[in-house]
Design a protein around this ligand. Sequence first.
Ligand SMILES: [Zn+2]
Length: 291
Amino acid sequence: MPWESAGRVPGALVEAAESLEQAVARRRKLADLALPEERLAARLRTVFRAQERGFLRRLEAARLARTVVEAARLWEADDDDELDVGDWERLYDEAAAETAPALESALATWIDTALHAGFAAGLAPLQVQLSLQLANPRAAAYANERAAALVTQIDGVTREQIRKLVTQATSEGQSYQQLAREIRERYATMHTPQPQRHIRDRAELIAIQELGEAYEAGNYAGGEAMLRAGVALEKYWLTVGDDRVDQEICAANQAQGWIPFRAEYQSGHQRPLGHVGCRCTQLTRRKPEGD
Ligand SMILES: [Zn+2]
């Protein structure tokens, strides 16, 4: 059947093409990030396990040093031991310093992979291929900067978690052994996947969050590079479209449809992610002529 007016694409066809493009972008992000998420989570688990060992070893050594004159009694006394963890913070910081290089290198490697994948994905619908280093050197530095900041942030959160355990143990008169058990259980939530949970441990949470963020930073960097080359662009906040999508931020941003690339979405964001656990991505297109 001939189209009603020459040169115009029927609305139904435009819609079909758009929903295909959306499906492709969603699948591409999942496919691009599956392996990096798995590998980074595995590396983070190794780091958390090493940090747990390093910290508990120091804590135990310091305790033995304090009680060395009562060594004979130490091996008998268990839960009656009076809790004295001394300067645990210095011992934690030592353990964290020991694991920091491995943590930073794992983060930098996989964040950089996700950044480049997002950059290529963002430019794919525009049928453009660019080098991130050449097109957007500031964005290309993202991985190393983010990895360094994250090491501080991740270890800072762990230190606060341990502080709570120490405070609680002290106020409840727990033994050293009880505190050590609590610390091991806390580290287990970081490095031991719980099969029944949606996000199975902290390693996975960090991997999903940071690689999703890096992917969208790369995606956005592609648009920025095109803008600087003088191409007028629009963007579209694409949710995964299931019933776990955040309504106020993500679904409402998507409902805005295509908006100018420099504009903010109604949530105030320039691009996804919209929140922790956000699975959205962003589509970019040339601004249609005549709009
Ligand atoms: Zn979202």
